[in-house]
Design a protein around this ligand. Structure first.
Ligand SMILES: [Zn+2]
Length: 79
């Protein structure tokens, strides 16, 4: 009789939930790049000190620092 160990029950549905969970852990912000009027996601760096990303069109980099209390805003504009 096989045991119902959670690690042996990674059904497609459970797998999707896991991926969603990981996506939530990997925090990102939506950024509007004014240079090209384009939107992109920027992801938190490994040190969790800033969100870093670049414009999808011209490659201009953004670096949004995370304060001691964090930021509540989920949306930013890059000049
Ligand atoms: Zn741009």
């Amino acid at each position: 009789m096989p045991t119902l160990d959670a690690t042996n029950r990674l059904t497609p549905r459970a797998g999707a939930g896991y991926i969603r969970h990981m996506a939530e852990k990997r925090k990102f912000l939506g950024v509007h790049f004014k240079c090209c009027n384009a939107y992109a996601r920027v992801y938190m760096n490994r040190e969790k000190t800033a969100y870093r990303g670049s414009c999808p069109r011209c490659g201009k980099r953004v670096d949004i620092g995370i304060g001691p209390g964090g930021t509540n805003s989920r949306f930013f504009s890059a000049q």
